[in-house]
Design a protein. Structure first.
Length: 374
């Protein structure tokens, strides 16, 4: 008999977090999360996301065994921004049993209905500014930092629970040897000279300058992404919360502005794929993570291009191609063989065209958001 319960106390939350090991223990591609990070992400007192959002965690049990989990989420800022009544689900895990999956979704859906939501969308963990989407294509390797991973059968469980595709998100692999060409080099130089483009690294050491740079990035991010489907501006507290986490693994050579005549026009944020080290940290401990990062950091050969944004008034100048070109130049001498650009909305034609036609990127993974009327 299946029993779905609410995770209402700290021990239930710990069970919710540790349940992932039940599903992936023997999966060689799974990268265990850091228990410490997951607890912070779900902590309603520490994570500023919950100042404008509600969340309820659910656990499915068979006897003493945890066989599934799900979170139901109401993001009030999303509904204010988009003038709708969409609730979300996230952190979904389940054994290959439709009965368990259906029971989990039923619990989440009822919780959302009780709060006036008319649609449910996901997975988001717990928002569009965090880990997003279900992997539906490209199961042949570990996920890159801050991207999701799941068994192939999850899509069928979700569809059989009544969900349909809402939107696909693409991940592109750009290899050093593929993207460089004489044409791109000439184009980059022409764009740079014609528009008087210069690059400036974010300053991670000078506290005052870092805060100024962070404010510039926040304004650019919220402006450049505002037309995107599902986008919700990050609050000041959310941005600082995220920055504090990323600062621990960030490299200033991989986070920089493109300035046109001295004015910020765009920026790029790339992170070394620390998952290449953390995949060996099978227990998810902080001490184990530190050991593997120290001993394997020099072997990391992939970057994730997490954010690349250009302000609207500069978007027709080719600044995006220039940023891609520059990150390639900076990363190759440091042993980086490729970059993953992720994620890109399926209908973002400008970005998709640039990644395939200019950068010779390989669209090698697809993530999906699902939706259902309540």
């Amino acid at each position: 008999m299946n029993l779905v319960i609410k995770a209402l106390d700290p021990s239930n939350v710990t069970t919710f977090i540790k349940a992932q090991w039940n599903f992936y223990r023997d999966d060689p591609h799974w990268v265990p999360p850091l228990l410490m990070d997951r607890k912070k992400l779900l902590n309603k007192e520490k994570n500023p996301f919950y100042r404008h959002a509600e969340m309820q965690l659910f656990i499915a049990q068979q006897g003493k065994e945890t066989v599934g989990r799900i979170a139901a989420i109401v993001n009030h800022n999303h509904n204010l921004t988009h003038k709708d009544t969409v609730g979300f689900f996230g952190f979904f895990e389940c054994i290959q049993d439709q009965g368990v999956a259906t029971a989990l979704f039923a619990a989440a859906e009822q919780w959302l209905r009780d709060r006036g939501m008319t649609r449910i969308r996901g997975p988001v963990n717990p928002s569009m500014n965090d880990e997003v989407g279900l992997l539906v294509h490209g199961f042949d390797g570990p996920p890159v930092i801050l991207m999701t991973y799941n068994p192939p059968y999850y899509a069928q469980l979700i569809e059989d629970a009544g969900f349909e595709k809402a939107k696909d998100l693409y991940a592109y692999l750009i290899r050093q040897e593929d993207y460089r060409s004489e044409k791109l080099l000439r184009l980059a130089e022409r764009i740079k000279e014609r528009n008087e483009v210069s690059f400036r690294n974010i300053d991670l050491k000078n506290t005052e300058q870092f805060r100024k740079d962070l404010e510039t990035i926040k304004q650019m991010y919220n402006t450049a992404w505002s037309p995107n489907w599902g986008f919700v501006k990050m609050t000041d507290d959310e941005f600082e919360f995220l920055a504090a986490d990323l600062k621990q693994i960030a490299d200033p050579e991989y986070i920089f502005f493109a300035e046109v005549k001295g004015q910020p026009a765009g920026f790029i944020l790339c992170l070394p794929d620390v998952n290449q080290a953390l995949i060996h940290n099978r227990r998810g401990s902080a001490l184990g993570a530190l050991f593997h990062l120290l001993t394997k950091k020099s072997k990391i050969d992939l970057l994730r291009i997490v954010i690349l944004g250009v302000l609207p008034e500069y978007q027709k100048l080719g600044i995006d191609a220039l940023l891609y070109h520059e990150i390639g130049l900076r990363s190759q001498p440091r042993g980086i063989k490729a970059g993953e650009a992720s994620w890109i909305l399926e209908d973002n034609s400008m970005m998709n065209r640039g990644l395939t036609q200019v950068m010779n990127g390989d669209r090698y993974r697809t993530y999906r958001l699902f939706e259902k009327a309540l």
